[in-house]
Design a protein around this ligand. Structure first.
Ligand code: ZN
Length: 152
């Protein structure tokens, strides 16, 4: 990766952390879950509307560091219009990009589009949980019940 590209990635993360997309509460979500990263203090709550297996809308509220906010913002952007199965596959690919073994033959983040901006986080173990918090929350939301209060 060239340093120019790294700067670009940095810019995208800063932009999303300062102006998070899809930020705000949602009325009558189909799925919701709370996420908390005690290592950093990041907190978020995720809301999803799902129709016929397709994610129609996704929003989040909460407060956290720049990485966790940017990750939630980019994730919600990418998830809209995806099927639940595609979302679960993205979780696996994203998680592997950040926590999996490095393979120099294989560009980490391939097929992830702008989610690949978080590939650099894998070099900062303390930041890994910040970047994956929104995704873990997504997973528990999709696996959980419709009852917002019962998850924690
Ligand atoms: Zn954090």
């Amino acid at each position: 990766m060239t340093s120019d590209l790294q700067d670009l990635y940095q810019d995208l993360i800063i932009d999303h952390s300062k102006r998070p997309r899809n930020f705000g509460p949602m009325e009558n979500p189909d799925y919701t879950a709370d996420g908390f990263n005690p290592l950093c203090g990041d907190k978020l709550k995720l809301f999803l509307k799902v129709e016929d297996g397709v994610i129609k809308d996704v929003k989040f509220v909460g407060a956290g560091c720049a990485i966790s906010t940017a990750s939630a913002s980019v994730m919600t952007d990418v998830l809209k219009g995806q099927t639940v199965t595609q979302a679960e596959n993205l979780f696996e690919t994203f998680h592997y990009m950040i926590t999996g073994p490095k393979d120099p033959q294989h560009h980490a983040g391939e097929g992830l589009g702008k989610l690949a901006v978080f590939a650099g986080v894998s070099e900062f173990p303390a930041r890994v949980k910040c970047a994956t918090l929104a995704w873990h929350t997504l997973k528990s939301a999709l696996a959980g019940s419709h009852d917002a209060t019962s998850t924690e």
